[in-house]
Write a protein that binds this ligand. Sequence first.
Ligand code: NAD
Length: 249
Amino acid sequence: MAERFEARNILITGAASGIGLAVARLLAAEGAGRLILVDRDAAALGALDLGVETQRVLGDVADERMWDDVDLSGLDHAVVNAGIAGAGPIATLDFAEWRRILSVNLDGAFLTLRAAMRAMAGRGGSIVLTASAAGIKAEPGVAAYGCSKAALIHLAKVAAKEGAGDGIRVNAIAPAGVETPVWDAVPMFAERVAQIGRDAAFAELAAMATPLGRYAKAEEIAEQIAFLLSDQSALITGTTLLADGGYTL
Ligand code: NAD
């Protein structure tokens, strides 16, 4: 039986860590022909060994000029995934911090999506944007991050309508907590890790507001992204898969 991603050319941003890395590993194992892996972490990107043909692109997804040099010919799938976390109440949030988060999470996603849709024009393909449950449920302190992810959910819908005529499907996934290094940048989490250890800190966070009582593993989210990319979801477009353990209920 043919593998789901046999000989497919696939772009993944934020591929050197967390969810992006788990997707890259899964798609490599499922027959991908060429992975185009974008990340700004040179050491982590250089260390990747996935056993398939890879094109590594070191750069910032929010840098418009970077995309001019990325060869996306023959692109079949794209995972628009690079993102950063950041928190702070609106009243005290620096404009520079707002811009920093919107720049990577929204501008970077737009530039990635545009490049992918240009490469897929006339030949079709499928795209998944990594949004977040924070883009659906309002919580204090997540204005910048939450708005960037709410925008991605809408961007997926607009892109789905625009791409449909070309056979391009575009969907989003909205996880709540996922056990990845992105949390290390959250001071409250780093403090708890120092006090009680990483696993217990994740368990404590999940217990606060996740009915199913735990955060996701990156590999679980990767499986769901692969489903949305694959021909198994051939009639699904413009949707957001809420993969949040019930957090938004
Ligand atoms: P991660 O920090 O483990 O991985 C993110 C990767 O993106 C890193 O390798 C980083 O170097 C790269 N990156 C960041 N900014 C970049 C830029 N400007 N240009 C190129 N590469 C860049 O985090 P993760 O949890 O795997 O996050 C992946 C996506 O999932 C993000 O969009 C994040 O917002 C989203 N998400 C994460 C969670 C969670 O709890 N971990 C929940 C919901 C959504």
